[in-house]
Design a protein around this ligand. Sequence first.
Ligand code: SF4
Length: 333
Amino acid sequence: MSEALAERSNGEALLDVSGLVKHFAVGGGLFGAPAGVVRAVDGVDFTIRRGETLGLVGESGCGKTTTGRCVLQLERPTHGRIVFEGTDITGLSQQDLRKVRRRMQVIFQDPYSSLNPRMTVGEILAEPIKVHGIIADPAKRELRVSELLEQVGLLPQHARRYPHQLSGGQRQRVGIARALAMEPSLIVCDEPVSALDVSIQAQIINLLEDLQSRLGLTYLFIAHDLSVVRHISDRVAVMYLGKVVELADRNALYEDPLHPYTRALLSAVPIPDPKLEATRERMVLRGEVPSALSPPSGCVFHPRCPIAVDRCSAAIPPLREIRPSHWAACHLA
Ligand code: SF4
């Protein structure tokens, strides 16, 4: 645990995900029967401590967004438990879930599509505060809207603008303010900077970090790129084809990755120093990510793994703690 995290957290788990499975039946079989099952998430376990940021990384289609949606209960899991603030939320009724949802918010990749174009920023921020009965008095609500705008680095006059009158970075700030309006403890950040220019990405990541230390927030930060989560994460989980293949403290993962897939992802991240960039070894993966409809036998990474041995296609490697707090699912790690 980093020193900064130790200050923010007493090691208490805010979110505990165990044995999470989400399968989707796909149609197209005879007489309307399912033609197969997409194993989008296939046995995922992780814990996020209060005040921590867990980065969840993997290529498109690896199951990271579905994992985030299951945590938020926007998708009901096929199996597994999701314990949030001490309550297993997987079996809750819609009514009970509504109360819990307030404490878990989401920031999307594309805030434009999630902001109502016919509402001003002030209305967008005031609406959930009113609907959830957080502040009943309109004048106090208006004050809260100004405070939220200030917290995300916007001005009071932005309250009168419409989403189309804002830049991409400003819209993402509104998306963050809307999440904060609900006074959450956990925010699922689903690729929150992927659609933004690189210079704006850094500003948004700094803002999220600043809000975390001011408000004691906990983040599940989903991204397809290891370089994006490096700065903000305390720990990082790498997913491949529905499974977590490596999970470790940030520094251990970036400086000494144990899983060949993590090594391949890291070797694709550009190094700013041109001399180092020219001399370092690149690990190029063969082929594409296989379909989650028919995942490979044994280690799901074996068809692309440069160091695979016979055992890899026969036996599934369990996620093991190879070093203290450093887990990997590889027979050879
Ligand atoms: Fe590669 Fe085998 Fe390790 Fe899978 S178990 S990552 S195929 S070496």
